[in-house]
Design a protein around this ligand. Structure first.
Ligand code: NAI
Ligand code: MG
Length: 354
């Protein structure tokens, strides 16, 4: 079986790092005899320039017919003053919605040689290795009503979820915990919010289906504190949309650079979308110095979650770890004892390690 992969390079460094991921996947093909078929489509600013829309129909159609989608990043100053329907990020929100990507998975792992790049103390972040599972299609960002009333002097936003929406993300988190260290932390605000009370009930009900996973509940304010005072206590964290939005940005400081952080966005049965946590980095775009590791690790997540290729995913992750531990680094990281390399060189080192 040939895996059908759609590449959405997007803008800025998105287009530079996505071909690094492709090179790494081709190394996997060589080593494990697993063929992939690639096609590229426009999204974001480049799609606005070429098609006058951030998300052309042909892009949506190709993604729906693929096995998995790799996305670089969208956006840049060129389109900042466009009207809202001609903004690059509309393309991103649109594709997430079109593919019903309800589960956002963000692994956060501190590499030993990069601990110094984090503003947090090395002894605190040493050994941290966690996965945040964030609900992506419900909650406060989508609930209705969301409006002003009383002549604009009062507002309402709505935090709405159905049991089914909660169950599917909580199941996904239990399943992710089973693949890792079997420890799940559910984050909520059950002392105040009705939505969190139902959430907590469902987590308790689901325990019986996953007897190997230990579960604890932490209130979101306490979780925010524990993430930066004692991050090694966490394995998998599951939480609703807004809490996950906030906690995943907070957790990114554990690694030292945005250039190291991959993500996966998954649908129930359909196509998964994999992208780095960073944006299009217009300040360094075109210079060939972007760190390709977040994108490459996103491709590894794709192998694991969309293709069930665990060994191949692990091979990519091990190769990245090996090269980082050999003190090679890109310009976003600082390593006084290391060797500075550019995007192409870093990619080649990882390909060779595979
Ligand atoms: P950004 O993540 O693009 O850049 C933040 C800083 O980190 C910059 O100094 C950049 O050079 C650096 N950086 C990021 N990724 C890097 C990498 N792989 N290697 C080396 N350095 C890296 O975020 P920013 O500046 O807030 O946004 C820039 C543009 O990207 C905006 O148009 C924004 O809307 C868009 N954006 C897109 C996202 C997406 O497509 N998922 C996510 C975040 C921002
Ligand atoms: Mg955010």
């Amino acid at each position: 079986m040939t895996g059908k992969i759609v590449l959405l390079p997007g803008d800025g460094i998105g287009a530079e790092v996505i071909y690094a991921a492709k090179d790494v996947l081709e190394a996997i093909t060589k080593k494990y005899n697993k063929p992939f078929e690639f096609s590229s489509y426009d999204i974001g600013g480049v799609a606005i320039d070429n098609h006058n829309t951030p998300l052309p129909d042909e892009t949506v159609k190709a993604c729906k017919n693929a096995d998995a989608v790799l996305l670089g990043a969208v956006g840049g100053p060129k389109w900042d003053n466009n009207p809202s329907d001609l903004r690059p990020e509309r393309g991103l929100l649109g594709i997430r919605k079109a593919l019903d990507l309800y589960a956002n998975l963000r692994p956060v792992k501190g590499f030993k040689k990069l601990l110094h790049a984090s503003p947090l103390k090395e002894e605190i972040i040493q050994g941290s290795d966690l996965l945040i599972v964030r609900e992506l299609t419900g909650g406060l960002y989508f609930g209705q009503p969301s409006e002003r009333f009383d002549n604009g002097n009062a507002v309402v936003d709505t935090l709405a979820y159905t049991r089914k929406e909660m169950e599917r993300i909580i199941d996904k988190a239990f399943q992710s915990a089973e693949l890792r260290n079997k420890q799940l932390t559910s984050v909520d605000k059950a002392n105040v919010l009705e939505s969190s009370k139902l959430w907590r009930e469902i987590v308790e009900e689901k325990k019986a289906d996953y007897p190997n996973v230990t579960v604890d509940h932490v209130l979101v304010d306490a979780a925010a504190m524990k993430l930066i005072t004692n991050p090694t206590q966490f394995d998998v964290i599951v939480t609703e949309n807004m809490f996950g939005d906030i906690l995943s940005d907070e957790a990114s400081v554990l690694t030292g650079s945005l250039g190291m952080l991959p993500s996966a966005s998954l649908a129930e049965d359909g196509v998964g979308l994999y992208e780095p946590a960073h944006g299009s980095a217009p300040d360094i775009a075109g210079k060939g110095i972007a760190n390709p590791i977040a994108m490459i690790l996103s491709a590894a997540m794709m192998l694991r979650y969309s293709f069930n290729m665990n060994e191949e995913a692990q091979a990519i992750e091990d190769a990245v770890e090996k090269i980082v531990n050999q003190n090679y680094y890109t310009a976003d990281l600082k390593n006084d004892n290391g060797e500075l390399v550019n995007t192409t060189e870093m990619t080649q080192l990882i390909v060779d390690a595979i």
